[in-house]
Structure formats: structure tokens, C-alpha cells
Design a binder for this molecule. Structure first.
Ligand code: GLN
Length: 198
């Protein structure tokens, strides 16, 4: 299995290390040609405005959107989630805009820049998952076809899936727990969908 990780900014090296521990070939992606023949693609955490700009400069936006619409599994963590969102509250919309969610950036404010929380994620089993949040966004609203995978005790949605598209607010790549990465690797290629139907 070959999984690409967008490697322009942010914590792509950590994702590559964890994916390697999961036993797959994990490749850094910087050029459109490196998107060919992948079984999945990860958009890491970082700074979404910078990531947006760099992905546009490297001409990755259109080919990536096309591949995901053809069924390629994609996983956006933190800033990566912002890029996938169809709507971003009080900011420019996600540049890929291919997941039916509305996201608010930096939703925990300056007071709680970073924190850790044990998360209940039924799709990963009974044992709690270590959630590492760093200037994290949250999902304010989900639309048709989106399954909520995790909510904080106060109700904030922090992980969701829509067919071949997976997002989370937190950073599984900064933990030793491989379950979220393995969950991504278990996603089927979705059926192709048209851009009008998300
Ligand atoms: N606050 C960042 C943003 O909106 C995301 C932070 C992260 O990826 N750790 O882009």
C-alpha cells in the first residue's frame, strides 16, 4: 500500500513515521506527479493559510480534488481538515472544499492553545484515544452523508467521515497509538462522486 503525505509544511514527517510503523509505504508528496498511483493521501496539521497557499503554488489543489472525487481516500488532520471543509467560519473557505462540513479555525481560543484529552471514538474500539489538540479547529456543522466519529464532552465535533474523506481536529501522529492511522488505511476507495453531490 502506498500512502502519500502532503509534505510542504507542518508535521508531515510525524505522519510518515507513524504510517511506516503501520507497515505501509509512506511517501512525501510535493509535486502533482507524485499523486499518481497512491492508495490514500494525508493532509497534515500545520497552518492552513500557509498550506493553502503552498498547495496552490505547487499546483496540487485541482489534481488532488479530482483524485478524491474519483474515490481516493483522503485524511485531513487539523489544518488539513480546514482545507477539506466546504465551509470555513469567518475565513476563506477550504481550498479543496470537498467535505460537507463547516469548520471554525482556532476554535478553543488563545486561553487554551493546546491541550490533551482522552477521547471516546467508538469506531476505534472501547479503549479511549489520546487526543492532542494544538490550536485546533472544530466542526460546527455537518451536512448530508457525514458521519460523526467523535465529540468532546461539551458536544464539539472533532472527528468525522464522509465516505472516502476522513478528518480530525487533533493529532494522532503525535501519539504512539496507531489506531486512527489504521482506521484510515482500512477505508475503501469511495465510489466516484460528482462535485455537485457533496
Ligand atoms: N490553527 C491552525 C490553522 O487554522 C491549525 C493548527 C494545526 O494544524 N495544528 O491553520
Amino acid at each position: 500500500m502506498r500512502i502519500g503525505v502532503i509534505a510542504l509544511q507542518g508535521d508531515f514527517a510525524e505522519h510518515i513515521a507513524v504510517l511506516s510503523r503501520c507497515g505501509v509505504d509512506a511517501l512525501p508528496v510535493r509535486l502533482p506527479s507524485q499523486l499518481d498511483e497512491l492508495d490514500g493521501i494525508v493532509i497534515p496539521g500545520g497552518e492552513s493559510t500557509t498550506l493553502n497557499r503552498l498547495m496552490a503554488e505547487y499546483s496540487l489543489i485541482e489534481p488532488l480534488r479530482e483524485l478524491v472525487c474519483q474515490g481516493l481516500p483522503v485524511w485531513g488532520t487539523c489544518a488539513g481538515m480546514v482545507l477539506l471543509a466546504k465551509k470555513v467560519t469567518s475565513s476563506a473557505n477550504g481550498s479543496l472544499g470537498i467535505m460537507n462540513i463547516e469548520v471554525e479555525r482556532n476554535a478553543f481560543g488563545r486561553q487554551t492553545d493546546s491541550f490533551e484529552s482522552e477521547l471516546s471514538i467508538p469506531a476505534l474500539g472501547d479503549r479511549s484515544f489520546p487526543g492532542v489538540f494544538v490550536r485546533a479547529p472544530i466542526i460546527r456543522a455537518v451536512g448530508a452523508g457525514v458521519e460523526i466519529l467523535c465529540q468532546l464532552r461539551g458536544g464539539a465535533i472533532v472527528a468525522a467521515r464522509q465516505e472516502n474523506r476522513l478528518v480530525c481536529s487533533f493529532h494522532p501522529e503525535l501519539t504512539d497509538d496507531l489506531r486512527f492511522h489504521n482506521y484510515f488505511l482500512s477505508l475503501d476507495r469511495g465510489d466516484a462522486f460528482t462535485k455537485d453531490s457533496y
